[in-house]
Design a protein. Sequence first.
Length: 120
Amino acid sequence: MYRALSVLSIAFALAACSTVGRNFDTSSLYLITPGQTTLQQASALMHADPVDVYRQSDGSVLARWAYKSTLATDAVYFNRELWLSFGPDGRYERVVNAINIPRMNQYGYDGEHAAPVRSF
C-alpha cells in the first residue's frame, strides 16, 4: 500500500513540473564585449542558443534567452530572461533587459536602463 502511494505521489509531482525555453549559463557574461562579440559567440558563452531572435530592418538583432521552470503549476517557479542587442555589423551592443540574472549591476545594468556589458 505504501509503495503504491509513493509511486502515485511521485507521478503527481512529476506531472506538475514543466519547463519552457532553454537553460543558459551567465557565468561568462563578463566576457561579452561591446563591438566585438557576435551572437554566435554569445550563444557559445552561455551554452545555449536564444529562444527568440528578432531581426530589425536596419540589420540589427535583438536576441532573447529565456528559461522558466515550474513546480506544482505556478506554486513554485524559476524564471530568467536576458535580452541582448547586436548591431547591424553583428556585434554585441548592450543589455536590453535582464530578469533574475545575478549580479547584472556589475555589468552596468540597473534594471531600468539598458547598458553595455563591461569586460574586466
